[in-house]
Write a protein that binds this ligand. Structure first.
Ligand code: ATR
Length: 308
């Protein structure tokens, strides 16, 4: 383990977004930071998009450890950091910034891994941990091995696009993309055909019936509101024909889709794990240490479902 910071006052991490009031990130990160014995504090700051550049510079000048970015900043930030990690280039969005300085060997190193902070040159490096968050949640929380899976993905918005591309990168064998707006599903399918030709991608529901799926994944926002319709058209696909169902929505903990899937015998998981695993990855980038996953999971669960 790294020696504790020599600084009496804490160093900061922050999540920037607008709105930010309900962010679970401070509740998830602070107990983990304490567990690692780091003298850091993770705060939430409301930053409107037109002030994002200035806010990133402010954090850098104040020698913050790092930032998380949420709606509506993830794409904007691509042009506001000094260097992009491959993950941010690949997924076209930044959700994590790590501030780095040069160590005694002149190697760029995260500020969170430097104990003797000098006043040296700083740079902001942009990462994307959201895509890993999706696959880690599927692998660790639902126990899936993604290679060769047959997947029906509902939705082709921002989250759906990244999920589709990441699943193709993980070499799922067949991917069906069903979205209200077909043209968006077609765009994602074209992107997969260009970038990951090993995955067979189809727009719409599987037509040969009954078609067995390993996974149905909801990436639409349907399920967030009590009166939302199901995100799946059950006349086109029967949930009993899927082994597992993952819903990116995590509040409520059991959406109507997950309740139906459970009743149909599928193994199920909501999207809390995506939030957890993207946070785990961010903390590991900043600290260079293995994040205490269970501490983070418990803190997140208490924060989000604690009063239910
Ligand atoms: P995010 O970044 O969270 O993915 P988004 O890009 O706005 O948000 O995508 C929202 C997804 O939910 C899209 O797939 C959207 O379908 P359209 O592409 O047709 O808009 C889907 N969605 C939202 N409201 C919907 C509704 N009432 N019925 C069906 N799909 C809906």
């Amino acid at each position: 383990m790294l020696p504790k910071s020599k600084h009496a006052s804490p160093q900061y991490c922050a999540v920037y977004g607008k709105p930010i009031k309900h962010s679970a990130s401070p509740a998830m990160h602070n107990p983990a930071i304490a567990k690692l014995g780091l003298n850091w504090q993770y705060i939430a700051e409301e930053v409107p998009p037109e002030e994002l550049g200035k806010a990133i510079e402010k954090a850098k000048a104040a020698r913050y450890i790092g930032l998380n970015l949420t709606v509506p900043h993830k794409i904007l930030a691509l042009d506001m950091v000094d260097i992009l990690d491959d993950s941010a280039k690949k997924w076209g969005a930044v959700n994590t910034i790590c501030f780095e300085t040069k160590d005694e060997n002149n190697v760029w190193t995260p500020l969170g891994q430097i104990t003797d902070l000098t006043q040296g040159e700083l740079r902001a490096k942009g990462y994307n941990t959201d895509a890993d968050g999706i696959t880690l949640a599927l692998q660790k929380d639902l126990g899936l091995k993604l290679k060769e899976l047959k997947v029906l993905l509902l939705g082709a918005g921002g989250a759906g696009r990244v999920a589709a591309l990441k699943l193709a990168e993980e070499k799922v064998s067949e991917l069906y993309l069903a979205n209200r707006t077909t043209s968006k599903a077609e765009e994602v399918a074209n992107e997969i055909n260009n970038r990951y030709p090993g995955t067979s991608v189809y727009v719409g529901y599987p037509e040969n019936s009954p078609c067995k799926m390993d996974l149905v994944l909801n990436s639409t926002s349907l399920g967030l509101e009590e009166n939302d319709p199901l995100p799946i058209d059950e006349t086109k696909f029967n949930l009993a024909n899927s082994k597992s169902v993952f819903d990116m929505v995590y509040n409520p903990a059991e959406t109507k889709l997950l309740a139906k899937a459970k009743a149909a015998g599928c193994s199920t998981s909501n999207g809390l794990g995506m939030l957890l695993w993207q946070g785990v990855k961010a903390l590991e980038i900043w600290s260079g240490q293995t994040a205490p996953v269970e501490v983070m999971r418990n803190a997140l669960t208490n924060y989000i479902y604690g009063n239910e």
